[in-house]
Design a protein around this ligand. Structure first.
Ligand code: UDP
Length: 505
């Protein structure tokens, strides 16, 4: 049993992309509820994204704040204000962005020098953060921002390279040595994994994958019951230390917190929820492809036709390549007239968690970013899966093949997220209609929905327990942490670490 009378101080250092910032801030807020002093270190414009939420938590008495560090956008040739991955539109910009990210080492060191925290929770995209933590004699926890399943798949692929033994991009192979039989094709894998020669991205991604073994441990935005076989595989077979702290989105109980997660919504959340109020339970499909991926007219046109053909009501969040284009040529003629009352198009940003939690939402067409996936699970909503980039093809396998709470549209080709091109015959309106109907209509859809609901209940219990317990402790005695919950476990382990052992991970 660990008992401590001083307050633990954690610094969270999220990657500069919504898909990493949003869950990291949620996680930081959960730790603050435990009585931990929490600082989120980021750049000025990214700090603005969650300033309101942090301010509200502070007013509620939690010890949480953001500290900003200068981002050297202009020094590396990026336009001023380009501080977030969602502003990048080309591979060239991405390379410059990574250079500017690298320049955050010094400001981070200066901040740690000033704050002298007990632990650094840094995103996996900063492999160098472990060395900095060692310099300050503190442990570093890694946050990958993905599922344990995806980490296990990536580990197996890199270790066994099964994709080298197939004759074509489309031939299926087994991902070796995993708890389930998982089949993939070479075309679904990231370029950097397949490349034989070392590139900047390949080197970075290898370092990212090694971060978890060289650090004190890993925090995962997932819950053990969701992927028990992979949680065990990760610790017993891969020998990594992981804590499951999710779904972290469930820390947003307040309506305002749900509405202000990430960007300001392009449509009032109140209006959106009122529109959903007028719909029957499980009758609306929510469509959104995350915070980064933008798409070209041809794909949008196919989606519009597929949605209309499915006959389902929908909310569709569109992040288009040519945002300024006034003429909406991508919509089929007369589309908006025909879908009046049946479909809501949101151009920009929607309050995703609030929408998913509405009882009228019966399905989520998603690119399978991990946050969207776990948020869908936490809301008990089955998915229409359309992976595009990053580790999204792995997340799709978890949803469709392991959890059986989703149907794929049939996406076959991994792409860089700055690649907005649409290949000939990629995904047709028929593919979309078929997958949407399977999820939204009939017995198969109901079965998936029931399974998703069961997972939602388990997820809520997991996080409710953490929040209930930690809030009770917060009120009882600030800084006394002797429970058995997952957050207490992390806190206790860090507090009990002998300072001089920290460098020997
Ligand atoms: N999100 C949102 N509204 C939008 C688009 C995205 O709230 O219109 C949030 C979503 O809830 C999730 C995050 O942005 O928390 C996207 O993360 P994900 O991992 O799903 O995808 P990424 O953006 O990293 O591709």
């Amino acid at each position: 049993m660990a008992s401590n009378s001083r307050q633990l101080r954690l610094v969270f250092f999220p990657h500069l992309a919504h898909g990493h910032l949003i869950p990291t801030v949620d996680m930081a807020r959960l730790f603050a509820r435990l009585g931990v002093k929490v600082t989120v270190a980021t750049t000025p414009l990214n700090a603005l994204l969650f300033a309101h939420i942090i301010q509200r938590d502070k007013e509620s008495g939690f010890d949480i704040c953001a500290r900003v560090m200068k981002f050297a956008a202009e020094e590396v040739g990026l336009p001023p204000g380009c501080e977030n991955a969602s502003s990048l539109t080309s591979q060239q910009m991405t390379s410059k962005f990574l250079m500017a990210v690298d320049l955050l080492r010094l400001p981070l060191e200066e901040l740690l020098e000033e704050l002298r925290p007990d632990c650094l929770v840094a995103d996996a995209m900063f492999p160098w953060a472990t060395d900095i933590a060692i310099k300050f004699g503190i442990p570093r926890l890694v946050f990958h921002g993905t599922s344990c399943f995806a980490l296990c798949v990536a580990h197996s692929l890199v270790r066994h390279e099964p994709f080298r033994n197939v004759a074509s991009e489309s031939e299926l192979f087994d991902v070796p040595a995993l708890p389930h039989q998982i089949k993939m094709t070479r075309s679904q894998l990231p370029d950097y994994m397949k490349e034989k020669t070392e590139t900047v991205v390949k080197r970075l991604m290898n370092q990212v994958m090694q971060s978890d073994s060289s650090s004190y441990g890993v925090v995962v935005n997932s819950f053990h019951e969701l992927e028990p076989a992979y949680s065990e595989h990760y610790s017993k077979v891969m020998g990594r230390k992981a804590w499951f702290v999710g779904p972290v989105s469930l820390c947003n109980n307040d309506k305002k917190d749900k509405a202000e997660r990430g960007n300001a919504p392009s449509i009032s959340t109140h209006e959106c929820l009122r529109w959903l109020d007028s719909k029957k339970p499980n009758s609306v499909l929510y469509v959104c492809f995350g915070s980064i991926f933008r798409t070209r007219g041809a794909r949008l046109n196919e989606i519009a036709k597929g949605l209309e053909a499915s006959g389902q009501d929908f909310i569709w969040v569109v992040r288009k390549v040519d945002d300024d284009e006034e003429k909406e040529e991508w919509l089929p003629e007369g589309f908006e007239e025909r879908i009046k009352g049946k479909g809501l198009i949101v151009r920009g940003w929607a309050a995703q968690v609030a929408i998913l939690e509405h009882e009228a939402v019966g399905g989520f067409m998603s690119h399978c970013g991990w946050n969207s996936t776990i948020e869908s699970i936490a809301a008990g909503v089955p998915m229409v899966t359309w992976p595009l980039c990053a580790e999204q093809f792995s997340n799709e396998k978890l949803v469709t093949d392991v959890l059986k709470i989703g149907v794929g549209v049939g996406a076959k080709v991994w792409r860089r997220w700055t690649d907005e091109s649409v290949a000939e015959g990629e995904i047709s309106m028929e593919d979309i209609e078929r997958a949407v109907s399977r999820v939204m209509v009939g017995e198969e859809g109901d079965e998936m929905r029931n399974r998703a609901r069961e997972l939602k209940n388990v997820a809520r219990e997991a996080v409710d327990e953490v929040i209930r317990e930690t809030c009770r402790r917060w009120r009882l005695c600030l800084g006394v942490t002797n429970g058995t919950g997952v957050f207490e476990d992390i806190v206790n382990q860090i507090l009990l670490l002998p300072k001089d052992s920290i460098c020997q991970f």
